[in-house]
Ligand binder design. Sequence first.
Ligand SMILES: Cc1cc2nc3c(=O)[nH]c(=O)nc-3n(C[C@H](O)[C@H](O)[C@H](O)COP(=O)(O)OP(=O)(O)OC[C@H]3O[C@@H](n4cnc5c(N)ncnc54)[C@H](O)[C@@H]3O)c2cc1C
Length: 284
Amino acid sequence: MSDHTTFRVGGPADAMVFPASIDDVKAVRALARREGLPLFVLGKGANILVADRGVRGLVVNLTSLAGWAHDHGFFRAQAGLEVSAAAEAGRVGGFSCLEFLNAMPSTVGGAVFMNARCYGAEIADVFAEATILDEYNEETVVPFRREEWDYKRSPFQNRDWIIVEVKFRTRPAEPAEVEAVMRSNADDRTAKGHFLLPCAGSVFKNNHAFGAPSGVIIDRVGLKGLRRGRAAVSGWHANIIVNEGGATATDLRELIVEVKERVAATTGFLLEEEVLFVGDWDAV
Ligand SMILES: Cc1cc2nc3c(=O)[nH]c(=O)nc-3n(C[C@H](O)[C@H](O)[C@H](O)COP(=O)(O)OP(=O)(O)OC[C@H]3O[C@@H](n4cnc5c(N)ncnc54)[C@H](O)[C@@H]3O)c2cc1C
């Protein structure tokens, strides 16, 4: 899994499947159910920390499902399309949609699942509907309902659903306008050190009740540069934990736990992880 996650850690999956169609996803899921195998849906692996022992059962890697179309004012994308490719489709096609996410490592499905956000915009701003495979493995359409979306919350979490296609609202835009947003956001990410070392973006969610972003709180507690093995709290953004080369998933997890404990002990604030722990972990 280390080849399929942005932390560049994680042991092997028992099997990884690259579906070529929505019917393939359906068939693999039906097979997993028949055989009693667990199934994990993977996008770009940019928000997960996979255990050193890896993942049991099937990993369905949706990056092979990356078709898209722009018609009647909507952008329809299969779940595995990268958000940067979606932004580029808008630039070339002259429409505004997902350019705010340009250069963020993510598939469309992962971004929708997480309600990804940056630079004052979030997926909920452009989401129209998703086609999912529901708990009965049937194709179902989930329309936008404002009350089901919130900070880092979407209706797809904690459900046995697979997002296979998403329809977004668009508006006409000059290619130069879309390109300016894409370039500015990509440059800002580079300047903030997002791509210096393997990481999964922000490790902890922000909580407005704490009065400052999690990164600022962690910095105030003096934890920038804190290390466990080859995992470190980055020196340039305290909410980004990096793999300095050769870190294990255990190093990363222990460092996350230590940061959380030391912030709680010093400030009383209980940070909540944004990164998801995936695979064969010991219970903590
Ligand atoms: C350098 C860097 C910068 C980042 N900056 C930001 C940022 O600015 N804003 C932000 O919000 N995030 C940011 N992130 C985190 C990450 O990019 C997002 O959370 C991203 O949307 C995750 O998408 P993914 O395809 O990688 O999902 P994955 O990490 O592969 O999966 C995440 C979760 O979504 C589920 N999932 C994925 N696809 C589907 C599907 N089709 N159906 C059902 N479930 C699915 C998975 O099972 C898993 O539970 C950053 C990460 C990195 C590495």
